[in-house]
Design a binder for this molecule. Structure first.
Ligand code: IPM
Ligand code: MG
Length: 358
């Protein structure tokens, strides 16, 4: 049995953290006698520089032929003046849509011993353990009409459209409820139903789906209130279910609240494909200096082992190794605290690899 992974390191710190993720895949392959076939390709800015496009048909084909994609990060200041359709970010959006990766799962938790790295008070964040389930292939990111048009007055008009259909809402809601069943059985659906019709439908459909999960508590929050609750009392949340745009914003907020944005993994799941990537971006300011935190990438490997390959024990072994390295006091710069042992990206990968046990 060969598990096929398409590996797209991307830009900025992407290649550095991906290297450590690959190290972990090789280590578990050896320890647990598993076969992984990893094929690499360029994506984002790196692909623009070489091929003139952020996602080539060959790269997309590789993604579709693999069991899943592992991605580092895309984007950076070098490509900010490139036309919109050719930006590195476009690669990500196309990949999500082409692979049908409609469910973005972003766990945000405070790791033991790391509450002090949050910008919020330790007492507020300690024990936070939530997951944002973000709809990823619909909403205002893809809705039509869209574009910038010239008006006869000489003015220009920029348009994007927030659209959701019943089936799109239903399938993401199902994901959230199923996930909640494996956690603390609480779903908070986030919308703007006091203003937007698409949100009104969202709320109605989520409530209907919720009836099939009587064991899961469902609540609804307006997005502005949710943004506030996340900093007031993040511990109240278990699964946050929301739209593409709201999820983009709230998942960054949730990540920084935990004090460990360099630690947070993500999965973008479809019915037949999946993309795993760290939540942090390409961090061009520290790229190429061996300073990035590879733990988000490594924990994304754990999510991949679990969700795509159903290797639950192996996934746990990787997570336990990460916790053990943190407990032993090893830290990259982003999570460094007084008295801890400051190490670089590749050393962190080595430590985690050495602590995985079967
Ligand atoms: C994310 C990112 C992307 C998004 C960008 C890079 C297109 O912010 O994954 O959250 O907006 O979805
Ligand atoms: Mg984002």
């Amino acid at each position: 049995m060969m598990y096929k992974i398409a590996v797209f390191p991307g830009d900025g710190v992407g290649p550095e953290v991906t290297r450590e993720a690959v190290k972990i895949v090789r280590r578990v392959a050896q320890l647990f006698h598993l076969g992984f076939e990893m094929k690499e390709a360029l994506i984002g800015g790196a692909s623009i520089d070489k091929f003139g496009a952020p996602l080539t048909p060959e790269t997309l084909k590789l993604a579709k032929e693999s069991d899943c994609v592992f991605l580092g990060a895309v984007g950076g200041p070098a490509w900010e003046s490139v036309p919109y359709e050719k930006r590195p970010e476009q690669a990500l959006l196309t990949l999500r849509q082409e692979l049908g990766a409609f469910a973005n799962v972003r766990p945000a938790r405070v790791f033991p011993g790391l509450a002090g790295t949050s910008p919020l008070k330790k007492e507020v964040v300690e024990g936070t353990d939530l997951v944002v389930v973000r709809e990823l292939t619909g909403g205002i990111y893809f809705g039509k009409p869209k574009g910038i048009e010239k008006l006869t007055s000489g003015e220009e008009k920029g348009v994007n459209t927030e659209v959701y259909t019943t089936s799109e809402i239903r399938r993401i809601a199902e994901k959230a409820f199923q996930l909640a069943r494996r956690r603390r059985r609480k779903v908070t659906s986030v919308d703007k139903a006091n203003v937007l019709e698409s949100s009104l439908l969202w709320r109605r459909v989520v409530s209907e789906v919720g009836k099939n999960y009587p064991d899961v508590t469902l609540g609804h929050l307006y997005v502005d209130n949710c943004a506030m609750q996340l900093v007031r009392n993040p511990r109240q949340f278990d699964v946050i279910l929301t739209s593409n745009l709201f999820g983009d914003i709230l998942s960054d907020e949730a990540a920084v609240v935990t004090g460990s944005i360099g630690m947070l993994p993500s999965a973008s799941l479809g019915n037949h494909h999946a993309i795993y990537e760290p939540v942090h971006g390409s961090a061009p300011d520290i790229a190429g200096r061996n300073q990035a935190n590879p733990l988000a990438a490594i924990l994304s490997v754990a999510m991949m082992l679990e969700s795509t390959f159903q290797l639950y024990e192996v996934a746990r072994a990787v997570e336990r190794a990460v916790e053990s390295v943190l407990l032993a006091g090893y830290r990259t710069a982003d999570i460094h605290q007084e008295g801890a042992n400051l190490i670089g990206c590749s050393e962190m990968g080595d430590w985690v690899a050495s602590r995985i046990s079967g």
